[in-house]
Design a protein around this ligand. Structure first.
Ligand SMILES: NC(=O)c1ccc[n+]([C@@H]2O[C@H](COP(=O)([O-])OP(=O)(O)OC[C@H]3O[C@@H](n4cnc5c(N)ncnc54)[C@H](OP(=O)(O)O)[C@@H]3O)[C@@H](O)[C@H]2O)c1
Length: 254
């Protein structure tokens, strides 16, 4: 596995949302190991503190990203603390099993508030700071942002929206020197399935089915995803923007 700590992010200030578990935790730690100052955001303070344990370069800010004032507050906390912002990683997200027959307006709103609206408002609030440092945005999509997902269509649609935001913002912000890319992971070990409210036996069944469908024969580990988030954000990655990179053990090919 490539070592994310090989990247050099010294002196950079990075915000990682959803840093209390899974891909966000691995990403926050990898950025800190690579020299960055990191603000980890999520609702559960204990989970964030666990991410930060033993790593003085990670600070935490517990907050619900669905609350209308949170995005600006998060950007303010990072910039008031460190005086700059170089990278925004929009990682916090949720999935939801919602077959069409059971679809509700509230269910759609809940998903889109977190997966689409919060990343948009965070990016907006980050803009003046990213302009100053010619920074980068990395949006965390999903392999299902560009392939169908029966019974969770609105999750897939929310990630498809994030991929289109990525491409459009890349064009819109290119003149400012801000790069915008997306990382689309396949099934990765995390709390996502449990957080979707699925019973443990169902989670286990889904995991086994996913592993069987993935050409490389297993689900991913958060560090295997984090390493590519760092590369997309790397200041040395100077000429890449508007791209969606799928890291999924080959699932996209099936
Ligand atoms: N794991 C996979 O198989 C997979 C595959 C493709 C894409 N992804 C995407 O990868 C990203 C990370 O997910 P993960 O797999 O690492 O799952 P995870 O372990 O469930 O992490 C999601 C994080 O988001 C935070 N979060 C959820 N709702 C929030 C809210 N309202 N406000 C602030 N933070 C909130 C959670 O912390 P709190 O509960 O403490 O708030 C949690 O730490 C998501 O965007 C997900 O869609 C995951």
């Amino acid at each position: 596995m490539a070592d994310p700590s090989a990247a050099d992010h010294s002196g950079q200030v990075v915000i990682v949302t959803g840093a209390g578990s899974g891909i966000g935790r691995a990403t926050a730690r990898a950025f800190a190991d690579a020299g960055a100052l990191v603000l980890g955001v999520g609702r559960r303070e204990e989970a964030l503190e666990e991410t930060a344990a033993g790593q003085p370069r990670i600070a935490v800010h517990p907050a619900d990203l669905r609350a209308p004032d949170t995005p600006q507050e998060v950007i303010d906390v990072a910039t008031e603390r460190w005086g700059r912002l170089d990278v925004l990683v929009n990682n916090a997200g949720a999935t939801k099993v919602m077959p069409l027959a059971d679809t509700t307006a509230a269910g759609i709103t809940e998903l889109f508030d977190l997966n689409v609206t919060a990343p948009s408002l965070l990016a907006q609030a980050a803009l003046p700071h990213l302009r100053r440092g010619r920074g980068a945005i990395v949006n965390v999509s999903s392999t299902y942002g560009h392939r169908p997902l029966p019974t969770a269509a609105h999750y897939a649609a929310s990630k498809a929206a994030l991929e289109q935001l990525t491409r459009s913002w890349a064009m819109e912000l290119a003149a400012d020197g801000i790069r915008v890319n997306a990382l689309a992971p396949g099934p990765t070990e995390s709390q996502a399935l449990a957080a979707a409210g699925l019973p443990a036996a169902t989670v286990e069944q889904i995991k086994q089915e996913e592993a069987a469908r993935i050409p490389l024969g297993r689900r991913g580990e958060p560090r295997e995803v984090a390493t590519w988030i760092l590369r997309l954000a790397d200041p040395a990655t100077t000429w890449l923007t508007g791209q969606v990179l799928t890291v999924d053990g080959g699932l996209e090919l099936t």
